[in-house]
Design a protein around this ligand. Structure first.
Ligand SMILES: Cc1ncc(C[n+]2csc(CCOP(=O)(O)OP(=O)(O)O)c2C)c(N)n1
Length: 803
């Protein structure tokens, strides 16, 4: 018996030893990847490099505590963690450094992101979800520092919902009883960002399983931490968040980045607390280093003192790890040297394999291009110039796709005077190459799967004479009630959404009916409301995040633009977050409640659907479409429409409004007005008055700005009327300029126009307060009448004399 126990003790200690040595192997593997990565950049084989050296030890410890189903949302230093988890091979690491466009080579971003942007794939190729609870998960990184924090909150919040909302308990591909922890990493300097503080406060309020590890190397590029953080320490500065026996809050832990045992223990404690008790944890990892400096963009000798540089050498976490292993008798120095030598050799092999695969594809295309240009040259009158182009291409050092394509295009330009028999082969080859490059560099901005909005079922609203006339807000209320009943993954949250059912009462009574885990209040924090939604959507839920007024979307626009709108594109279809952002805008009163900054939205949110319903029936149909699809969307309801009467369709909750299909609201002969949202009513009122002076307006509601008129309905109208005016409430050159560009560039209407296409928009400033402020700032019925009349006057001054 005694022997058996001794065996067990020995087995335990040998497996412990193996674990430690495995961690050492990953630490040195990662370090050599960093060292070689930097050289690749200096040799010109990659453009830029940012590496995880100096942060290795904490990351092997974090990997030990990370479990299947968990999510990471971190930043560019986390290569060791990803490698130790088995979610990043060294070859993939180098493939991203070279920007290899193949998903298998770089599963995180298919070459779309610079190195150090990590992600796992949550989706199958057809856009369906993988079983996230059976894999390790990393949300896709983005570069703006601290912007990983709001979605981290949402990833953690999803666990809270899964644990508390019993209707979700069968969704075991996404959560097992809300046991999943969301692990965040952030550099010490980046904790100065507002997003960091907002996210931590919200996590403390919500009590979500979120562990935030701060990698503290004392600097943010060249700026020391005294310039960044009160008291020079984020854990000191945030002591007020620490939970006590009587008050909920954070658990705050501090640990040194070179102390292996303490790190393993700290991450284990953090993981346990978060997983079991849903307590958020701040884990401040101090005394980290940066052996190679911040990135390949400069050297740290410029701003670190000699003493600091020496300290970083003496306290290098791998050096300390070696000392620990040797002094604990877990391995000898010779053995560790052997492990390190083997790791280094392996890194070199995988680096070369990554380069050969990356370069091999390009070389093959280059050789094909050279062959084709040369054979074409033999048949062409431009032989000498073509051969010269081919020779120049051949001589390029480390050629890239741009060199190949640019040479082919120059060749085809030279060949413009030749017949098909000379150039057809090169043209065909180039058009196939274009298709491949389109897929490599331009695809997946929008969903390419069966869940794209374009493929949603179209079900018309059923309205009869008997359909009751109700307030617009009641249409939405009926829709949300139906959806809460039928779709357990759907939940809505935002400022004042819960108890009172939003400031315009579209959710009135629905929290009481469906529960606090379906319809909920948040604090005033637009940015993390968006992040909360992104994170929850990444975990298979269908959140509706409410921004109380469109004017306050600016607090969240950076996140929407950098994170949500780019998500599917930057992972080449590897992740999706079908978040619906609901807000209300356009006309009301004053500088901050009448905004319509559509130009800003259109420029920054490509990758999202942008819906601008003219009334609440259309809004309900759009929400139904969006909930069938997997695309993220912004829906801007009309602020002044909640009390207007509309007929309640019989099939509320089921009817859909298709995306990208404008609706002709009034048919006419003389001029097409293209508009949306609250302006629809103004333009329709103007149309009635203009009819009385013999001007017949065709009024078109675009309904969605992204996508925009996918069937060319506006162009067809212009073919009939030969005149067009684009109208909205944005500043001049905003939404109207976008609509005009779309129609002129994509619908070939130039030949049909009898008058210059024009726009009518609001003043360049925000509206002054009160109804008069609105009248003198936003387009009024009279403004539209006069503008249309002016266009008609220019066409026919006799019939329409000057005003
Ligand atoms: C919003 C934003 N501002 C500036 C930058 C440029 N930048 C990249 S890394 C960095 C320093 C970050 O330092 P820290 O958070 O301490 O992380 P470390 O690199 O030291 O690990 C800066 C300023 C950025 N990426 N995003």
């Amino acid at each position: 018996m005694a022997g058996k126990i001794q065996d067990q003790v020995q087995q335990a200690s040998s497996s412990q030893r193996n674990e430690v040595l495995e961690d050492f192997r990953w630490a040195v593997t990662s370090r050599h990847a960093s060292l070689m990565g930097r050289k690749e950049v200096f040799m010109g084989k990659a453009k830029f490099g940012i590496f995880g050296d100096g942060k290795e030890l904490a990351q092997v410890a974090m990997a030990r505590a990370f479990q299947k189903g968990d999510f990471r949302a971190g930043y560019y230093r986390d290569q060791t963690f990803m490698m130790a988890l088995g979610e990043l091979t060294v070859q993939q690491y180098f493939a991203q450094l070279y920007a290899h466009t193949n998903v298998d080579a770089d599963p995180a971003s298919a070459g779309r992101l610079m190195n150090g942007h990590f992600a796992t794939r949550s989706l199958n190729e057809d856009g369906t979800w993988k079983a996230l609870t059976t894999q390790y998960n990393s949300a896709a990184d983005i570069s703006p520092t601290a912007a990983q924090m709001p979605k981290l909150l949402g990833l953690a919040f999803a666990s809270k919902l899964f644990r508390n909302n019993k209707q979700l308990k069968d969704l075991t591909d996404f959560s097992i009883h809300g046991n999943e922890v969301a692990w965040g990493t952030i550099g010490n300097a980046s904790t100065s960002e507002g997003m960091f503080f907002e996210s931590l406060n919200a996590a403390g309020v919500l009590q979500v399983p979120m562990v935030v590890a701060v990698w503290d190397d004392g600097f943010g590029i060249s700026v020391p931490k005294e310039y960044h953080t009160t008291k020079g320490s984020i854990s000191e500065a945030l002591l007020g968040l620490q939970r006590t026996e009587s008050e909920k809050g954070f658990e705050i832990l501090r640990v040194k980045g070179w102390d292996y045992e303490a790190l393993v223990q700290a991450f284990a404690t953090a993981g346990r607390l978060a997983r079991e008790e849903h307590v958020p944890v701040l884990l401040h990892v101090e005394e980290m280093t940066q052996p190679q400096g911040h990135s390949t963009s400069g050297s740290h000798e410029r701003y670190k003192t000699k003493e600091r540089l020496q300290w970083e050498k003496d306290w290098d976490c791998i050096l300390k790890f070696r000392e620990y292993i040797i002094s604990s008798g877990l391995a000898t120095a010779d053995h560790l040297d052997e492990v390190e030598a083997a790791a280094k050799a392996e890194v070199k092999l995988q680096k070369e394999a990554a380069w050969n695969e990356f370069n091999g594809e390009i070389k093959a295309e280059l050789e094909q291009a050279l062959d084709l240009i040369r054979t074409t040259a033999e048949k062409s009158s431009r032989k000498i110039s073509l051969l010269q182009l081919a020779d120049d291409l051949k001589k390029t050092i480390n050629p890239i796709r741009k060199d190949v394509v640019s040479t082919v295009r120059k060749s085809l330009f030279l060949l413009r005077v030749e017949g098909d028999e000379v150039k057809q082969e090169l043209e065909n080859w180039y058009s196939q190459l274009q298709e491949k490059n389109q897929d490599r560099y331009n695809s997946h901005l929008y969903s390419q799967t069966e869940f794209s909005v374009a493929r949603c079922k179209q079900i018309p609203a059923q309205v009869t004479e008997d359909s009751p006339l109700v307030d617009g807000r009641e249409i939405l209320q009926a829709f949300f009630d139906y959806t809460l009943e039928h779709n357990p993954r759907f939940f809505a949250f935002g400022e004042d959404v819960g108890k009172i059912g939003d400031v315009n009462q579209a959710f009135a009574g629905l929290q009481a009916k469906h529960g606090e885990w379906r319809v909920m209040d948040t604090s005033i924090r637009e940015c993390t409301i968006i992040g909360q939604g992104i994170g929850a959507a990444l975990r298979g839920l269908r959140p509706m995040a409410e921004i109380q007024y469109l004017d306050y979307l600016l607090y969240g626009i950076q996140l929407l633009s950098d994170d949500l709108a780019t998500l599917t594109y930057r992972t080449k279809g590897g992740q999706k977050a079908p978040l619906i952002v609901r807000t209300r805008g356009h006309r009301l009163e004053g500088v901050w409640h009448s905004g319509s900054p559509m130009g800003m939205i259109l420029s920054s949110l490509r990758g999202m659907i942008v819906c601008v319903p003219r009334n609440m029936t259309q809004a309900a149909g759009m929400y139904a479409t969006l909930l069938q699809s997997d695309e993220p969307a912004l829906v801007i309801e009309c602020l002044n429409g909640y009390r207007l009467k509309e007929q309640l369709p019989q099939n509320i909750g089921e009817f859909t409004v298709p995306m990208g299909i404008p609706e002709v609201l009034r048919e006419g002969e003389d001029l097409t007005v293209v508009t949306y949202g609250s302006m629809c009513r103004i333009v329709l009122d103007a149309a009635v008055e203009l009819a009385q002076v013999g001007i017949s307006l065709e009024v078109i509601d675009v309904q969605t700005l992204l996508p925009f008129d996918t069937q060319g309905i506006i162009g067809q109208s212009i073919q009939k009327t030969n005149r067009v005016l684009f109208a909205d409430e944005d500043v001049p050159g905003g939404g109207t300029a976008f609509m005009m560009q779309q129609v002129l560039d994509h619908q070939g209407v130039y030949a049909y126009l009898d008058a210059a296409p024009q726009t009518i928009a609001a003043q360049a400033h925000r509206p002054a307060y009160s109804t008069d402020g609105d009248y003198f700032s936003k387009p009024s019925v009279e403004d539209v009448i006069e503008k249309v009349y002016q266009i008609m006057h220019e066409s026919n001054p006799k019939k329409f004399p000057a005003l």
